[in-house]
Design a protein around this ligand. Structure first.
Ligand SMILES: Nc1ncnc2c1ncn2[C@@H]1O[C@H](COP(=O)(O)OP(=O)(O)OP(=O)(O)O)[C@@H](O)[C@H]1O
Ligand SMILES: [Mg+2]
Length: 389
């Protein structure tokens, strides 16, 4: 982060510079000024995101310096260092959008704490909206829940991102059971009933927390969930989820209806799960036809071949039939996958070095752009078929 110091006090300037150099992450001082007045014009050549402004001396000068700084660096946060905090100074500071006012003489501890608060607020406000990834079966039992669950788990583990998984397989959803034995206290249907009080806290408290950074919103247990869950409620929940989480995975199961179309519309990518057999291929083509009718670009669709085997219909033949590239392969390993599902534990935790886990981790790295030392490993080249999609 770049910062500027505005002070006439040489000792204070030295302490601030020392604190910035020792802060983690380091704060780079790009300019230092004895004062700030409107005649100086645009003075810092490198734009700062933080200004340390000394509020010692004549209050009128300080107030004018503060207003000039706020006008010149509207995107920067201002930290005011003040020996006395008069009501007028605090009012002007508030109006100018000052983030922190700290006492002089400077306490190194409170300086670092104030900088940390500013950094964390800046990180929060610069966070991009989360991505929505929807997983849909080309045919029942294709492995959609297994892949959505385990990719979500892998992504939250290897990338340190906040991940949420929605089970939108409204009647037969079992996504939570694949990764947890916790009895859900809330479901999507319960959340929809309380939609008038939807906020980040309610959403978070409705989840089964598989890890601190990964939660699942279980499917409903309603005999007729379509009575309770409305498409506009799904819009509202997804809108909030995008602001709160880095990645939102959706297990859509194998149905298409008004509610699921809302989720598909909002998805950044749709992952149809296919296997190497004719019934899957036929349904894959039907799905593509449907996506075309819904106006989705081909780039939005990323096929995953699950239970991949070498000795059956080849991946190239599948691609030719679909007229669409296959993005990723997940190998066949019934023993490990079944054990993981039966225990309700992710494959990453259960069998870190098995072929399915390796494939899922490689897909996660390739998709999220997370850096890896062996970025072009043979394993990656095998499971990640097409880097550009
Ligand atoms: N890569 C794999 N290797 C071996 N077996 C697998 C693999 N992936 C999934 N399976 C098997 O396929 C079965 C179905 O998986 P899963 O429940 O994830 O499919 P689904 O598409 O979500 O099914 P549904 O249509 O019922 O929602 C699992 O019980 C598991 O045994
Ligand atoms: Mg399923």
């Amino acid at each position: 982060m770049n910062a500027i110091i505005v002070t006439k006090d040489a000792d204070l300037r030295k302490i601030i510079a020392q604190c910035c150099a020792s802060h983690h992450p380091t704060i780079h001082i790009v300019s230092e000024f004895p004062g700030m007045n409107s005649k100086l014009g645009a003075i810092a050549t490198v734009y700062p995101s933080l200004v340390f402004l000394d509020a010692q001396g004549d209050e009128k000068d300080v107030l004018s310096s503060l207003e000039t700084t706020a006008a010149k660096y509207p995107q920067a946060d201002i930290m005011l260092l003040a020996p006395m905090q008069s009501a007028t100074l605090l009012m002007t500071a508030m109006r100018a959008g000052v983030r922190e006012v700290i006492d002089l003489p400077l306490s190194v501890k409170s300086f670092h704490e104030a900088v940390d608060r500013i950094l964390s607020q800046q990180r929060e406000s610069s966070r991009e909206d989360g991505k929505i990834l929807s997983f849909i079966s080309c045919k029942g039992g294709s492995g959609t829940t297994f892949i959505a669950d385990n990719l979500a788990y892998a992504l939250s583990s290897v990338s340190n991102k906040k991940v949420l998984l929605f089970d939108l397989n409204l009647q037969f959803g079992d996504a939570a059971l694949f990764l947890s034995d916790v009895q859900p206290s809330m479901t999507l249907a319960d959340l929809c009933r309380q939609i008038h009080r939807l906020d980040a806290t309610l959403l978070d408290s409705s989840l089964i927390h598989v890890t601190p950074s990964f939660g699942i919103l279980p499917a409903s247990n309603e005999p007729d969930p379509y009575d309770t869950i409305r498409p506009e409620q799904i819009d509202a929940i997804l809108h909030l989820a995008r602001q709160e989480y880095d990645f939102i995975f959706i297990d859509l199961g194998r149905q298409i209806n008004g509610i699921l179309i809302r989720a598909l519309d909002q998805s950044d990518h749709i992952f149809p799960i296919i296997q190497q057999s004719l019934p899957y291929l036929r349904n894959g083509l039907r799905l593509l036809g449907l996506f075309d009718m819904l106006g989705y670009q081909k780039e939005k669709i990323r096929f995953i071949v699950n239970r991949h085997e070498a000795n059956t219909i080849g991946v190239e033949a599948v691609e030719r039939s679909l007229g669409q590239p296959i993005a990723y392969l997940v190998p066949n390993n019934f023993d490990v996958v079944n054990e993981s599902i039966n225990q309700g534990v992710s494959v990453l935790k259960l069998a870190r070095s098995c072929n399915v886990t390796k494939a899922l981790v490689e897909i996660t790295h390739a998709y999220s752009g997370a850096r890896e030392p062996d970025n072009d490993s043979i394993i990656r080249r095998f499971f990640v078929r097409n880097k550009s999609i």
